[in-house]
Write a protein that binds this ligand. Structure first.
Ligand SMILES: N[C@@H](CCC(=O)N[C@@H](CS)C(=O)NCC(=O)O)C(=O)O
Length: 260
């Protein structure tokens, strides 16, 4: 039995037989946690999405809140998503991916590649914050309905200026690396994240995206190629992949999209 158990362990030698990844994120949305979920899914690495488990199995939002309120595990993260690996607690999406990437073949070995992957991921972080702020320009503590007027104004500049600026930048970075992958020649967590950004933006701003995507053909091809990867395709078809919604980071409010 032990021999069989050993044979069925992941082959990645950097992963100890006891590695148990616990992801903490809001259970009903894709949000920023999705960038981490996609990395686990592509790598075929088992993880526990703790807040999505029932409370009687130690899950739910209270389990997440409990960790955020505790000082027992050292530096406490500011907000979800965060990852627990044994006694290590790690916050910030880009930081979590920087940790997982080298351990699961989602970034090349050399230092420059890793720094550049992190650099691109930090630009994803900035971009996601701006996407979020289109529907919450005044405060995360207010409902969209209470900041609709400001959201409309903010989103009009976003779709006109920031959306093409960011996407054309990512297209350029992709082309600089040959046009198929962002870093090196194999899939990296940055490729997975740009897939998520693209599909999220298509959901949120279909009209603006139809326009902008004409000038980002490599990005479009990259997103298609990520969606077609066997593990990602299986994940997207599973009930682990939550639908987009108006509770999420990428929200579709027709009044915030580009004019026809
Ligand atoms: N830069 C952080 C941002 C984390 C973040 O804003 N998390 C959101 C959910 S997606 C949250 O729960 N924020 C609570 C708050 O800002 O008070 C990251 O990329 O992980």
């Amino acid at each position: 039995v032990f021999f069989f158990l050993f044979l069925s362990m992941p082959r990645d030698s950097s992963v100890s037989m006891k590695t148990c990844y616990e992801l903490y994120y809001w259970p009903s949305i894709q949000g920023r946690g999705e960038f981490v979920r996609l990395a686990f899914e592509e790598a075929g690495v088992p993880y526990v999405d703790v807040a999505r488990l029932p409370a009687k199995r130690g899950g739910g939002v209270p389990a997440m809140t409990k960790l955020l309120e505790s000082d027992a595990l050292g530096l406490v993260p500011f907000a979800p998503p965060f990852l627990k690996v044994g006694s290590l607690l790690l916050g910030h999406t880009a930081n979590i991916l920087q940790y997982l990437g080298p351990r699961h073949g989602l970034v090349p070995d050399d230092e420059v590649s890793r720094l550049h992957a992190h650099q691109l991921q930090l630009s994803v972080t900035d971009f996601v914050a701006e996407i979020h702020d289109t529907h919450h320009p005044i405060s995360v503590g207010l409902y969209y309905e209470d900041q609709k007027r400001e959201a409309k104004k903010r989103a009009s500049y976003f779709v006109k200026e920031r959306l093409p600026l960011f996407l054309n930048y990512f297209e350029r970075a992709l082309v600089q690396n040959g046009g198929e992958r962002f870093i090196g020649s194999a899939i990296s967590y940055v490729d997975l994240s740009l897939f998520q950004v693209l599909v999220g933006l298509r959901y949120a701003f279909p009209k603006a995206m139809a326009r902008v995507e004409k000038s980002t053909p490599k990005l479009v091809a990259l997103a298609d190629s990520v969606a077609a990867r066997p593990r990602i395709a299986a994940y997207l078809a599973s009930n682990r992949r939550l639908p987009f919604s108006e509770e999420d980071v990428f929200r579709h409010y027709p009044e915030l999209d580009a004019k026809p």
